[in-house]
Design a protein around this ligand. Structure first.
Ligand SMILES: Nc1ncnc2c1ncn2[C@@H]1O[C@H](COP(=O)(O)OP(=O)(O)OP(=O)(O)O)[C@@H](O)[C@H]1O
Ligand SMILES: [Mg+2]
Length: 135
């Protein structure tokens, strides 16, 4: 499934709608360049899941947790990426069907993700235009 959004708020709205499809237990893997809209999408997604807190990029913290919603950003990790992520206890977190886990730069742990992971690709197609592909 592929959509094009024309603004950040459209991407948020799309994330919010996507949240309605989730039942718990999903791992959502986000891929795409810097500024392609991943965190913007996560803001909408979190809102759709009923998260009240403002979503800020977890860049310096690796993982942020909002009740049953977990947001990871692997951008800064270079070496032993899986070891670091595993040490956060992420397997136990995503094995819990109450939780939803969203991971920016998820390709860095591609081989370790659950088989039923949902991949979402973001592409900048202009100043305010972003292509979003779900597979
Ligand atoms: N259609 C759009 N969808 C999403 N963001 C958009 C769009 N048009 C413009 N923007 C702007 O692009 C930027 C997207 O930033 P965002 O933090 O979501 O990217 P990111 O993919 O998470 O980047 P990073 O890899 O650094 O975490 C924001 O400044 C946002 O306002
Ligand atoms: Mg981001």
């Amino acid at each position: 499934m592929e959509v094009t959004t024309q603004s950040a708020s459209q991407t948020q709205k799309f994330g919010q709608e996507f949240a309605n499809k989730l039942r718990g237990g999903e791992v959502v893997a986000l891929v795409g360049d810097l500024g392609s809209g991943k965190t913007t999408f996560v803001q909408g997604l979190a809102k759709g899941l009923g998260v009240k807190q403002r979503i800020i990029s977890p860049t310096f913290i690796l993982m942020r947790n909002y009740n049953h919603f977990y947001h990871l950003d692997l951008y800064r990790l270079e070496d032993n990426v899986w070891e670091e992520v595993k040490n956060l206890g992420v397997e136990e977190i995503w094995d819990n069907p109450d939780n939803v886990v969203v991971i920016e730069w998820a390709e860095k742990i591609h081989d370790h993700l659950p088989k039923d992971v949902i991949w979402i690709q973001f592409e900048s197609e202009g100043k305010n235009k972003r292509g979003i592909t779900i597979r």
